[in-house]
Design a protein around this ligand. Structure first.
Ligand code: C2E
Ligand code: MG
Ligand code: MG
Ligand code: MG
Length: 287
């Protein structure tokens, strides 16, 4: 009887595996078609500078307008795109589209683009960036590239060489999701980042864990002494905003300020006016 059961479990497992492999294959095939069209669009989420309460820039976040599934989030296709190297073509599209959009904004508003570690395996990355900037006529100083520590985990010599090329172009480099990996402090010494983005898990813990407050303070003061901007990700409440201001954070980003929006809905955020924090329930300002 036990043997029969084992076979049943085995068959079930095989069927489940076959379904998973099939689903993955479908995404891969759909992605190829999507790249040819392309079926992608960018949404933009603002950064609020705490020094003057103004919008200082936007992060481009890619979405897939799938013909039958609707709007698909990056977590569902970026990993597949990375395994198949389609991320290189997709990444190039994102860079060009983001630069093109940003060129229509006022000069003081920057644009941040996420780069996959896979894009750093090609020595042509800097050329791709130059082309995107040139085509859009965008000042390199308005472009920021966000990388995760996964980038620095791979062949560090070649990767560092590319990062330095990018820096020489005049673009800014940000370390994304800071604090989630292994030896983040070592990475801060390995390369002179312009910005540290504090991972949203620390921000979510601010209200409930005193150690999260201590960690955020430590990162902001570290950033300040290294001459790096510190941006808090995933700010959702006025309380978090007040704590981050108090901790000396340079910038915040999160649903409290705005969700990522399509380009056509950015106009109210491009005026350069002070953001009415009272409207966010965060009107009390320290002086
Ligand atoms: P990320 O770069 O760390 O981007 C932040 C993610 O957090 C975004 O999710 C954003 O919508 C979400 N978020 C922002 N504020 C809040 C908040 O207050 N609360 C919560 N719960 N979430 C918030 P999204 O757009 O789904 O992107 C997920 C990840 O996919 C990004 O993480 C990035 O790693 C990757 N990604 C997105 N676009 C691109 C791209 O063009 N290229 C590459 N290589 N990766 C991308
Ligand atoms: Mg990012
Ligand atoms: Mg992040
Ligand atoms: Mg992230």
């Amino acid at each position: 009887r036990a043997k029969g059961e084992g076979r049943g479990v085995h068959r079930f497992f095989e069927a489940w595996m076959a379904t998973a492999v099939q689903a993955r294959r479908t995404v891969e095939l759909d992605l190829r078609a999507a790249l040819a069209e392309p079926q992608f669009e960018l949404h933009f989420q603002p950064f609020l500078a705490l020094g003057n309460n103004r919008i200082s820039g936007f992060e481009a976040l890619v979405r897939w307008r799938h013909p039958t599934r609707g709007l698909v989030a990056p977590s569902e296709f970026i990993p597949v795109a990375e395994e198949t190297a389609m991320i290189v073509t997709l990444g190039e599209w994102v860079l060009r589209e983001a630069c093109r959009e940003a060129a229509r904004w006022p000069d003081h508003i920057g644009i941040s683009v996420n780069l996959s570690p896979v894009q750093f395996r090609s020595a042509a990355l800097a050329l791709t960036v130059v082309a995107a900037l040139g085509e859009a006529g965008l000042d390199p100083r308005r472009l920021e590239l966000e990388i995760t520590e996964g980038v620095l985990l791979q062949d560090s010599e070649a990767t560092l060489a590319i990062l330095h090329q990018l820096k020489r172009l005049g673009v800014r480099i940000a370390m994304d999701d800071f604090g989630t990996g292994y030896s983040s402090l070592g990475y801060l010494r390995a390369f002179p980042f312009d910005k540290i983005k504090i991972d949203r898990s620390f921000i979510a813990d601010l209200a409930v864990r005193p150690d999260a407050v201590a960690i955020v303070r430590a990162i902001t003061s570290l950033g300040a002494s290294l001459g790096m901007t510190t941006t808090a990700e995933g700010v959702e409440t006025p309380e978090q905003l007040a704590q981050l201001r108090h901790a000396g954070c340079t910038e915040v980003q999160g649903y409290l300020i705005s969700r990522p929006r399509p380009a056509a809905e950015l106009l109210p955020l491009l005026s350069g006016a002070e953001v009415p924090l009272a409207a966010l329930g965060a009107g009390r300002r320290r002086s």
